[in-house]
Design a protein around this ligand. Structure first.
Ligand SMILES: Cc1ncc(C[n+]2csc(CCOP(=O)(O)OP(=O)(O)O)c2C)c(N)n1
Ligand SMILES: [Mg+2]
Length: 757
């Protein structure tokens, strides 16, 4: 441990600026050092006797630590001048550079926000890269920031396999686990990995974050996997500084909580001391890489200079405590190693310290002169890429005929040669078809394998394509969506299934905060395409209650960039799925496919036995363009009904009654795509209508209906008489009472009556 230093700041100034104090502490410590310098070791010799770290390694790590520190100090100074926009720093955590040194730049890394040291060290792995300038551009929110293009201060790099993370603590652990599993699984299904086959996934996080449900879920699934002797080479690095913002982690809690967990192999390392810590870090990394088992590295760190620049610790901590924490500054220990080993003189250390400072400030000033994002268009450019021609071509691509024939068992058995079928069967056939088309597709979720899902929609898939491509996960939606991101990171095309819409909400952040944000925060450099299938919506007679009949689409609709499709019939489901897969494949989009459970088995439309809701299977080559709706009764303009999902057959039935009653011609418009809403199409269909009805089975507040009406009003169509039939703002009750809260055919007819009046 470094010797405690006497505080060089006069008492009256103490506590005013802890960053300045830590800065001064360093120089004072070096000048005041009174130890005995040894005989400088050779480059390949241990930096101190008994250390696993050689002199060359020490020198580089020390320099990485200094870069990290001076980026922090620079940020504190230039924030005040509005040249830098982020001050959560890495001070006290610089030892995480050891993890970067002991791993490869092709080991995908999902990093804690205190990863300045890790980044500076990882930059060494590829020639010609500059950690200082790249970081400065990110701190300055410059458009030229190579990580996020100025969208956030993130630790990220495409060539260095650092996938940028959001500020939501612990949310990156499930996808790190997913990436580790994907590294192993890719090989088993013959998919070419973008990185070496023995790569490991690294993720780091704080001690307080380790308690978060999302973190615990990742530890649990990693152990669940290892317990079954399945590989999951993920290195969890817990950077334990003993505190989360202002709340202390109970002494010893991390070791207590993690050192004895079965199937989570625990290693501890001193992140405050390069000479003694490096060997332990190496051991953990080697263990993870060799055994392919989930590994927990407990890295001792400290936190100096507060949680962020805005955290005036002096207001809530005693000066004695602050000074004690500052005395554990790992840079003091590194300076001591440099001096004690004889590798550097006091002047060498101080010169390097000041030269690094100068470099960081110069880079920051330079970054401040670079352009920033200055138009909404620029900001949003990477959010939701869409190349319609390429997507349409991919959706219609039908060059996999041989594989189809094999899967379906010959020409005569191809689904397009079968009689019309209901929605569940057509989705099932479409999935078989897409699995034939995309060898990199995987489908997983709860009960999807042998049983084929609660509604047997995935039945037969595992048998046809094997347990490596179709499999059950453990019961955890956060894991399902974390896995999906991991597979996508490795170039696979995942189709996660969420058993019921209500259980999506449970894990929503994995899409909202993570998957859907990746292209945005990586400036389009990383993508995690997926097509998430969710059994959804109300009107079920077999299975009641809210949690099987949730009708909230709102939680999906406002996720930036997410595509949401909701078919109401079998043929639309098939052509929509083709387009969703193409959107994922071509543009890297994250897509949600809402399957209306109540329509899975629907066969008839108007009368029992009419087969009006059966459809033929569209042959490959047919696909539904994004945003295109389906119009029933084209040209009819006495009443135009906008709806989707269950609302479509209901409105078609109600339309008959309305036509008979009022002598009107009624047009029913199935929007099919709920996000983004095709406002132009809605206005086109509404223009010239004498009356409009919006039938929205979702909830009154913030539902799709609000979007439709807004599109009409903003399109200058507010004068057309309009009524809305919409679900109530309530949870769905059990049994018959459910039908009191969602739209009914009677309500649709009654709304038309009001329009007639
Ligand atoms: C889900 C979530 N909840 C709360 C926060 C606010 N927050 C940011 S950092 C932090 C403390 C984290 O402490 P720790 O994990 O120990 O990391 P440290 O900052 O100490 O390195 C909190 C509560 C957040 N970012 N995300
Ligand atoms: Mg902490």
């Amino acid at each position: 441990m470094p010797q405690a230093v006497s505080n060089p700041i006069p008492a009256r100034m103490r506590g005013l600026n802890r960053a300045e104090i830590c800065d001064v502490n360093f120089s004072e410590f070096v000048r005041g050092w009174e130890g005995r310098a040894g005989q400088a070791p050779g480059d390949d010799e241990a930096v101190l006797s008994g250390s696993a770290l050689d002199a060359r390694g020490f020198r580089e790590l020390f320099e990485s630590q200094l870069i990290s520190r001076h980026l922090d100090l620079m940020a504190r100074v230039l924030r005040v001048q509005n040249k830098v926009f982020y001050t959560i720093g890495s001070s006290g955590h610089e030892g995480n550079a050891m993890v970067a040194r002991a791993t490869r730049h092709t080991d995908p890394a999902f990093l804690h926000y205190r990863s300045g040291g890790f980044m500076a060290e990882r930059f060494r792995k590829l020639p010609g890269m500059d950690p200082v300038m790249d970081s400065a551009l990110s701190f300055a929110a410059s458009k030229e920031d190579p990580a996020s293009g100025g969208r956030h201060k993130v630790w990220g790099s495409k060539p260095l396999w650092v996938l940028p993370q959001t500020s939501t603590i612990a949310s990156h652990l499930p996808k790190a686990f997913g990436t580790a599993v994907a590294i192993e699984q890719a090989r088993r299904i013959g998919h070419a990995l973008p990185i070496p086959a023995d790569s490991i996934a690294i993720c780091s996080f704080g001690d307080a974050s380790s308690n978060h449900a999302t973190a615990q879920t990742a530890f649990n699934v990693a152990a669940w996997t290892a317990y079954q002797k399945l590989p999951a080479p993920v290195l969890f690095v817990c950077e334990d500084n003993g505190i989360g913002i202002s709340v202390k982690t109970p002494d010893g809690w991390i070791a207590r909580n993690f050192s004895q967990r079965p199937d989570l192999d625990y290693f501890a390392a001193d992140g405050l001391d390069l000479a003694s810590g490096y060997g332990d870090v190496q051991k953990a990394v080697e263990h993870c890489r060799r055994t392919r088992r989930p590994t927990f590295l407990h890295l001792r760190t400290t936190r100096i200079m507060g949680h962020a620049g805005t955290d005036f610790e002096i207001e809530w901590r005693s000066i004695e405590e602050l000074c004690a924490v500052e005395a554990t500054d790992p840079l003091l220990r590194s300076a001591a190693i440099a001096l004690e080993s004889g590798l550097m003189s006091k002047d060498d250390v101080l010169d390097l310290y000041e030269a690094t400072r100068a470099k960081c400030f110069a880079a920051a000033e330079d970054a401040d002169r670079r352009p920033r994002l200055d138009s909404l268009e620029d900001v949003m450019a990477p959010l939701a890429p869409y190349t319609p021609d390429a997507v349409a071509a991919e959706a219609a691509r039908a060059d996999y005929g041989d594989r189809r024939l094999e899967v379906f068992g010959g020409e005569a058995k191809l689904p397009e040669h079968q009689p019309p079928k209901h929605l569940a069967i057509q989705i099932n056939q479409a999935l078989h078809d897409l699995f034939a088309k995309y060898p990199e597709t995987l489908l997983f979720g709860e009960d999807v394998a042998q049983k084929g899902g609660v509604y047997t929609v995935t039945k037969g898939l595992q048998k046809a394509f094997g347990p490596r491509r179709v499999f059950n996960t453990l019961l955890d939606e956060t894991v399902i969506l974390g896995l999906a991101q991991g597979y996508a990171n490795m170039g696979l095309l995942p189709m996660p299934e969420i058993q019921y819409l209500a259980y999506f909400h449970n894990a929503c952040d994995q899409i909202r905060g993570e998957a859907a944000s990746l292209q945005f925060f990586s400036n389009g450099q990383y993508r995690n395409p997926m097509v998430m299938r969710i059994a959804s919506l109300g009107y079920q007679r077999g299975f009641g209650g809210h949690f099987h009949n949730d009708n909230s689409i709102t939680a999906l609709r406002d996720i930036p960039g997410l595509v949401v499709g909701c078919p109401s019939r079998g043929d639309d489901a098939v052509t929509m799925l083709r387009t969703l897969m193409a959107l994922a494949k071509v543009d890297g989009r994250v897509c949600a496919f809402l399957e209306p459970i109540a329509l899975y088995m629907a066969k008839d439309l108007h009368e029992a036995g009419d087969g009006g809701w059966l459809t033929e299977f569209p042959a490959p080559g047919e696909a539904m363009p994004l945003g295109e709706g389906r119009v029933y009764g084209d040209g009819a303009d006495d009443l135009v009904v906008f709806t989707f999902g269950n609302g479509v057959p209901m409105s078609l039935r109600a339309a008959r009654a309305i036509e008979a009653k009022h002598g009107w011609k009624v047009r029913v418009v199935d929007l099919r795509w709920l996000a983004p809403l095709n406002e132009g199409f809605i206005r086109e269909q509404a223009a010239g209508a004498k009356r409009i009805l919006v039938v929205d089975e979702g909830r009154r507040s913030a539902g799709v209906g609000e979007g439709i009406i807004t599109a009409l009003v903003e399109g200058g169509l507010a004068d057309i008489p309009l009524q809305r039939v919409v679900g109530a703002d309530t949870f769905t009750p059990l049994a018959g009472a459910a039908f009191l809260v969602i739209p009914s055919e009677e309500q649709i007819v009654a709304a038309a009556d009001r329009l007639a009046g």
